[in-house]
Structures are given as structure tokens and as C-alpha cells.
Design a protein around this ligand. Structure first.
Ligand SMILES: [Mg+2]
Length: 218
């Protein structure tokens, strides 16, 4: 077994890329938004992509990155509406439901911990029906600090008491695993199969699984 479950009583799980296929998010921000913005401003698509990708990069690692209201204002587009246009791409990764059931059957506290904005969370929970598997769902927007920042994991303990020494975190972001490691979280698992459109590559730094089926007993 990769994880000794006797030493774990809380499991924190990221949403996008970890539980859900990140192909939706990548396609949305890298294709759908630039295409809509290009049409609105009568620009060639390549020009729109260049401008928007630079704008997106400028907000990486901040809460603006996932703030739909910020991007609606900044781009002059109805971002929640555009998300609904491509919501058929929202998909749960293989073995996620089996893994969540396994955790609940073994009495673990299971929480969804995401940088995603409330509006994104609502859309995705509505579409996937995963909400009831979690004891608590926390958005970094409610805390006001993003997960890349070590202070996030400390602030989270005030809302949701957990013992870092008895906690596992599953993530598709090495930056978030890194900050969680500095906050003392014991088991850090990187999901290399974060997108159905990308070939999985293991992390050089963290325990890696392509999917959560690898953490289930055989
Ligand atoms: Mg993620």
C-alpha cells in the first residue's frame, strides 16, 4: 500500500484536475474564452490568445486566477455563462467515486479543498453530484488566501480542525503540495493523470498516482 491508512484520519482533496478532468478548465481558458473574446473584438484568434495568455499568467498564484467575477469584469464577458456553454466537458476522473466511498466506509473525514470560486464550485457540484461525499467543502475564496500560500493550511485549521500529522492531501498542483508540506501535512499525493488530454508524468518530488484507484486495496 502506498498510504498506511491506520495513520490517516483526514483526507483533503483538491477539485480541478484531482477529482475532475482538467481538460474542461484547460479547454475553457485556453480555447473557449479566447475564441469568444476574439469574436467580440474582431481579432484574429492567435492575437487574442497571445494577449489573454499573458493576462492569465499575470494573475497566476493569486485568488484572481480563479475569481470568475474578476475575469468577467476584466474581459467584459459573462464567464459563468460561457462555462455553462461547455459544461458537457465537466467529468469525474475514473476511480474517484470508488475512492471516496472507500474513505467514508473507513471512517475518514473527507473534505474538498479548492482554489475554485463559489460559482465554479456550484456549477461543478451540480453537474457531477459529488457534493454529498464530503463532510465539508471549502473554497480558498472564503479564507482569502490561495492554497499556494503556506498560511492557507494554517488558516484552514481554524475552520476545519485537522491534525496535519494524520492528514493526506491529494492534488494536481505541485505548488500546493509544496505549501502543504511546509505546513506539516503528512501524506502528499500528486495526481499525474490530471487531464484526459495530457500524458501523465510522475512528480519528481511527491508520491504520484495516475488515478485514485492506485490507493485502493486490491
Ligand atoms: Mg487542481
Amino acid at each position: 500500500m502506498i498510504i498506511d491508512w491506520n495513520h490517516i484520519d483526514t483526507v483533503l482533496l483538491d477539485m480541478d484536475g484531482t477529482l475532475l478532468d482538467r481538460h474542461f478548465d484547460d479547454h475553457f481558458w485556453l480555447e473557449h474564452v479566447p475564441r469568444t473574446w476574439a469574436a467580440k473584438h474582431h481579432l484574429p484568434i492567435d492575437e487574442a490568445k497571445e494577449a489573454l495568455y499573458a493576462l492569465f499568467r499575470s494573475q497566476e498564484m493569486t485568488l484572481n486566477w480563479t475569481d470568475l467575477d474578476y475575469w468577467s469584469d476584466r474581459l467584459g464577458l459573462d464567464i459563468p455563462l460561457l462555462k455553462r456553454e461547455v459544461d458537457h466537458l465537466i467529468a469525474v476522473h475514473p476511480f474517484v467515486v470508488e475512492f471516496l466511498l472507500f474513505l467514508r466506509q473507513h471512517g475518514k473525514a473527507v473534505h474538498l479543498i479548492t482554489n475554485a470560486h463559489g460559482k465554479t464550485l456550484d456549477l461543478k457540484m451540480h453537474k457531477t453530484r459529488l457534493g454529498p461525499y464530503f463532510h465539508r467543502i471549502v473554497s480558498a475564496h472564503d479564507i482569502g488566501i490561495s492554497k499556494e500560500d503556506v498560511r492557507f493550511w494554517e488558516a484552514l485549521r481554524e475552520r476545519l480542525p485537522y491534525d496535519p500529522a494524520r492528514t493526506m492531501l491529494g492534488e494536481d498542483s505541485e505548488a500546493n503540495l509544496e505549501s502543504a508540506s511546509r505546513a506539516g501535512i503528512r501524506e502528499l499525493v500528486y495526481v499525474s493523470g490530471y487531464s484526459s488530454a495530457v500524458h501523465p508524468v510522475a512528480s519528481p518530488r511527491f508520491t504520484s498516482v495516475r488515478h485514485f484507484g492506485e490507493l485502493l486495496p486490491r
